[in-house]
Design a protein around this ligand. Structure first.
Ligand SMILES: Cc1cc2nc3c(=O)[nH]c(=O)nc-3n(C[C@H](O)[C@H](O)[C@H](O)COP(=O)(O)OP(=O)(O)OC[C@H]3O[C@@H](n4cnc5c(N)ncnc54)[C@H](O)[C@@H]3O)c2cc1C
Length: 299
């Protein structure tokens, strides 16, 4: 089947995910506008091609044997030169393709508070809203006033934040596509104070997480009841455990790193199974994977 001319075929994806693993995408597009995205989704639906939204791939693994559908890579999905638009002094509209780390920097500089604790979370706004990313006892969902959503029948609508079933690291959005978000911020804050707070959070994050290594962020969700996946893994002395090129980080038990950049996605998944088995056998706790494997949730 011949795709429209803006859609590439057989695109190597390894370098486009944060972890740096995986094979080819059968079809690939980095849409820069709503029209381009909607046309591509319509084409995929018409041709019965599965499709998958990808941001920075900072919480995703790409299959080694490739993905037989269309990757919609959202990193260019933004109005050129604009990080956010003011709806009111305390509500901002941000496109899904905006880089969250850059957004935090811009908001801090503008004295708009509330995002300084999200420093050091690599991702796009769309991917981070989808996964309800967070840190410092706060999640992005807490800041969402409304989301601009593309539904499965091609309908575009604004949905109020309080209608989204936010949970820990989940928005419940399923196969709906985030086009933009309206976030609440705290105006008139001291930029230096916001920057200092972010700098302190980032320093701490770098001291306890392998921030500069290739990883997927936390590989498991915290299992609830006050338990920490990282602590459980640490208590069982699983730090440093390897499978092929993938290794449980020496710094943080809930990170799997690709230090030599030779790890495959299969290595990570084998290591994940090993850790899950050990933790279940020794502690009776079932660890649930936080990281997504592209294709498991084809939209
Ligand atoms: C070093 C490091 C530190 C991290 N620290 C944190 C942390 O402190 N807190 C935290 O919560 N996470 C953390 N993470 C994980 C990761 O940064 C977040 O999950 C981030 O929000 C992922 O965004 P992304 O754009 O890369 O999403 P991706 O991994 O590209 O995608 C994740 C999911 O979102 C979907 N998606 C992407 N864009 C859209 C869209 N526009 N509409 C609908 N669905 C979409 C994808 O289909 C996929 O299902 C860390 C990761 C790393 C590597």
């Amino acid at each position: 089947m011949k795709p429209p001319s803006n859609i590439q075929e057989d695109k190597a994806m390894g370098d486009l995910t944060w972890f740096r693993s995986g094979g080819l995408a059968r079809f690939y597009l980095a849409p820069s506008s709503e029209e381009e995205l909607i046309e591509a989704v319509k084409w995929a639906q018409r041709e019965e091609v599965p499709f998958h939204l990808m941001g920075l791939g900072a919480n995703s693994l790409f299959p080694d044997d490739g993905y037989p559908g269309l990757i919609l890579h959202m990193t260019k999905f933004r109005q050129r030169g604009v990080f956010y638009r003011h709806c009111s002094p305390s509500v901002l509209e941000v496109d899904a393709g905006i880089n969250l780390e850059n957004l935090v920097k811009k908001l801090n500089e503008a004295g708009l508070g509330g995002f300084e604790g999200f420093v050091g979370i690599p991702g796009t706004v769309g991917g981070s809203v989808w996964g309800n990313a967070g840190a410092q006892n706060s999640s992005l969902g807490d800041r969402v006033e409304a989301l601009k959503i593309l539904g499965s029948r091609g309908e575009v609508e604004w949905v109020n934040g309080d209608q989204i079933p936010w949970k820990y690291r989940s928005s419940g959005l399923g196969n709906r596509i985030v086009l933009a978000a309206r976030f609440t911020v705290e105006p008139d804050q001291d930029p230096e104070e916001l920057k200092n707070r972010s700098a302190a959070f980032l320093r701490y994050k770098k001291s306890v997480q392998p921030y500069d290594d290739k990883s997927t962020g936390c590989i498991f969700k915290n299992p609830g009841a006050g338990l920490s996946a990282g602590q459980l893994i640490d208590d069982l002395n699983l730090k440093g455990l390897c499978e092929g090129g993938a290794q449980v980080s020496d710094l943080h038990g809930n990170f799997i790193v690709n230090t030599e950049q030779t790890a495959t996605t299969a290595d990570v998944l084998a290591l994940v199974s090993k850790v899950q088995k050990k933790v279940y056998e020794e502690e009776g706790v079932r660890l649930e994977r936080e990281v997504i494997v592209v294709g498991e949730d084809s939209k």
